[in-house]
Design a protein around this ligand. Structure first.
Ligand code: ADP
Ligand code: SF4
Length: 692
């Protein structure tokens, strides 16, 4: 280990327990619930195995009045739920790490869609989301004094169950719009009793939760407070620098650990496109000066030097990580073993967060094994030895090809990867030059660097392969990773791609990648709805080209609501004077004007444009695959055993699908059977019908 990083491996005392080092996997959503306890245990175990000194669960509801269905969430509602959590604790303990549980009451931020209880709140103030999908139509009840006592009792009961399950650290949650937070904020808390009014009164509910939890389990478990300080820090206080300072002063040494964060998912888990590493520091930097208790916080830290700096400068005691540990569960061990250059750094794309919004177990662009540890038996650092002496040829060096090459090479196969471009990276070569996407180059940088270190890999750039070349090379396995192309297809009111707008001055992202700079004014017409349409509009506007944007969806880059980017996309386009035309279909273009039709009414509006960039339908590049397939009878003679498509050449999609596809291909080479994955089932403690 580099002696500079020794400080990261010092133990830290948290109440009655001691973290073996400063790497702290903070609570984060995994999309894994009581429905898949083995998947969940293996996911968390891998972090412990990789060296994280503390490994936490995601939010665990204390009572059916905190019910986030249909979003995935865990429960500790009664003793039936203990055993499935015990599986996670046991798995974490196997590696000498501490297990932490984030007990949680969502208050007015949950809709209790399944339990059908009226949500709890200090003063009846709802969170009325602006985006469909996050909206609810259930408004909260105002808690009376009995309700307050009930919530505290449920927290205590859940804390006792957590201790029985084996957890070492138990959380009180006062962040992200949930119940404890709602008591702290004047906007939510209009109460006139001892729980409302002055800051001291508004802190009382959280203080009582802490005191009751400590009394119940504090001799055995560390009691942590997770708190959002962004809004509070922006509010003036009579006697302190801000209300955040006042709240931390009032609670000071009551928790055994402060876990400090921002207030909303877009600011707390900001995408790298809009938020830099360590962006939380200006909000949370004061906490250690007020309390003697250890402080943990996050910031998408992947560089050990930044981590050391956070500690030495007195900002944090423990380095919190959620995304860095998803992208590379073995980050701590790699630092300990002097292998920092092998860290698979998070790119900040927030696909992991989108999985939770989708209601499914976590998936990660950088780490294809995330969530697949148990059901597919994939380990991020261990690979089966090759099942044959076959040599593998991979055509195309984008994310899919690079991942397939790396995994096949790690298994020990002899691998060649060829790309017609002068550099490896595929679509990323263009996209990472776009505003805010620079960190995404870690996808190709990590893989290419690792491949270059290996003796069983040949890397060929400037090498366009056709059928004859593939036959002549005599590799037994051929993976076609030739990517996809953007089309000029339009979009219909049936919400499907139709026709093509093939005329001069109509471009696709591929044209821009090849160097075309469209003549302004430009309309970017986006029905892909993920990042690229918005990014290209921002890019063209930044070049000084008058740019407008149109989409059939309700917002620019509408799907980025799933990755926490949507508000910032609208802001970025606004900053660049890019007008957003929503609910709009491109009806016609005559080289001077575009007619847009409203997708619902058909009403026409015209905007001037000399060029149109369509970011819509992407189709796989299958020419080489099709040509090879046609000559299948000749494969045997050429020694070819298989030709497969992977990544965008199989089905065009986000980067996460490409790396997963490349990974699956290489993991499954020479594996018998057609099993997809193991199915998990809930742990059944008692027969169905237990009363809550
Ligand atoms: P994916 O996301 O699936 O990895 P990309 O579009 O990022 O797909 O990458 C595909 C890569 O394949 C590009 O770098 C492209 O230059 C390369 N490619 C396409 N056709 C050929 C070919 N016939 N020979 C070599 N490389 C090719
Ligand atoms: Fe990081 Fe993206 Fe992986 Fe999430 S999905 S951990 S943001 S690389």
């Amino acid at each position: 280990m580099n002696p500079r990083y020794q400080i990261l491996f010092e133990p830290v005392t948290i109440g009655p327990v001691t973290a073996p080092n400063r790497f702290y996997q903070v609570p984060h959503a995994s999309g894994m619930t009581e429905a898949n306890p083995r998947v969940r245990a293996a996911f968390r175990e891998t972090k412990a195995e990789g060296g994280w000194g503390v490994v936490s669960t995601g939010a665990v509801s204390t009572h059916p009045s905190s019910d986030d269905s249909p979003l995935p969430f865990a429960r500790l509602w009664d003793d039936n739920d203990i055993r499935s959590h015990a599986m996670t604790c046991d798995a974490i303990h196997k590696h000498g790490s501490l297990a932490a549980i984030e007990l949680w009451h969502g208050g007015a931020a949950v809709m209790n869609r399944s339990s059908r209880l009226a949500p709890y709140s200090p003063s009846g103030v709802p969170w009325a989301a602006t985006h469909v999908g996050f909206m609810g139509n259930q408004r909260p009840r105002i808690m009376d004094q009995k309700d307050i006592k009930d919530v505290i009792r449920w927290q205590v009961d859940a804390a006792r169950r957590a201790r029985s399950a084996g957890f070492d650290i138990v959380y009180i949650y006062a962040g992200m719009g949930y119940l404890g937070y709602e008591f702290l904020l004047e906007e939510y808390n209009h109460r006139s009793d001892e729980y409302g009014g002055s800051t001291e009164n508004r802190v009382r509910f959280v203080a009582e939760l802490l005191e009751a939890t400590k009394e119940a389990v504090g001799d055995d478990c560390g009691v942590a407070l997770r708190i959002s300080l962004e809004e509070l820090r922006a509010k003036p206080s009579d006697h302190f620098e801000s209300q955040a300072h006042e709240v931390v002063n009032l609670l000071s040494d009551l928790p055994d650990l402060w876990d400090v964060k921002m207030d909303s998912s877009p600011t707390d888990c900001g995408a790298s496109r809009f938020r830099a590493e360590g962006a939380h520091e200006p909000v949370i930097d004061f906490v250690k000066q007020v309390t003697d208790r250890p402080v943990v916080g996050v910031g998408r830290f992947t560089s050990p030097d930044t981590m050391v700096s956070q500690i030495k400068r007195g900002v944090l005691d423990l380095i919190g990580g959620a995304r860095p540990g998803i992208a590379d569960p073995f980050l701590p061990n790699k630092v300990r073993e002097g292998r920092e250059d092998e860290i698979r750094e998070c790119i900040g794309c927030n696909i992991c967060i989108s999985s939770w919004h989708d209601g499914v177990p976590v998936r990660c662009t950088q780490n294809a094994t995330a969530g697949e540890e148990w059901r597919k038996g994939w380990h991020p650092e261990k690979f089966d030895s090759p099942g044959s002496n076959d040599r593998i040829l991979i055509v195309g060096g984008g994310p899919a090809g690079l991942e397939a090459a790396l995994v096949a090479a790690k298994r020990g196969y002899r691998v060649a990867i060829a790309d017609k471009a002068s550099e490896m990276g595929g679509r990323l070569l263009f996209e990472t030059r776009m505003p805010g996407l620079n960190a995404w180059s870690r996808v190709q940088d990590y893989r290419l660097y690792a491949l270059q270190q290996m003796g069983n890999v040949d890397i060929y750039t400037d090498s366009e392969l056709g059928v004859e070349e593939v036959f002549a090379l005599e590799y037994q396995r051929v993976a076609i990773a030739t990517g996809a192309r953007w089309t000029r297809a339009l979009y219909s009111s049936l919400e499907i791609p139709v026709g093509e707008l093939n005329m001069p001055n109509v471009f696709t992202p591929d044209d821009l990648a090849a160097g075309t700079i469209p003549e302004g004014p430009v309309l970017v017409y986006d029905f892909d709805n993920y990042y690229l349409g918005g990014v290209i509009a921002e890019h063209l506007a930044a070049l000084g080209i008058a740019t407008s944007y149109a989409t059939p969806a309700g917002h620019a880059s509408a799907w980025t609501i799933m990755t926490n980017e949507l508000p910032y996309v609208q802001q970025a386009l606004h900053r660049h004077n890019v007008a957003i035309n929503s609910e709009a279909l491109l009806d016609s273009f005559d080289g001077e004007e575009v007619q847009l039709a409203n997708i619902f009414t058909g009403a026409l509006t015209s905007i001037s444009a000399r060029s149109v960039v369509i970011v819509g339908l992407r189709l796989p590049n299958t020419d080489l695959f099709d040509a090879l397939s046609e000559r299948e009878p000749e494969w045997k003679e050429a020694g070819i055993k298989s030709v497969d498509r992977i990544g965008d050449a199989l089905a065009a999609g986000a980067l996460v699908h490409a790396t997963y596809s490349g990974h699956s291909y290489a993991r499954e080479l020479d594996c018998s059977g057609n099993e997809l994955y193991l199915r998990d089932i809930p742990v059944a403690e008692n027969p169905p019908g237990a009363v809550i």
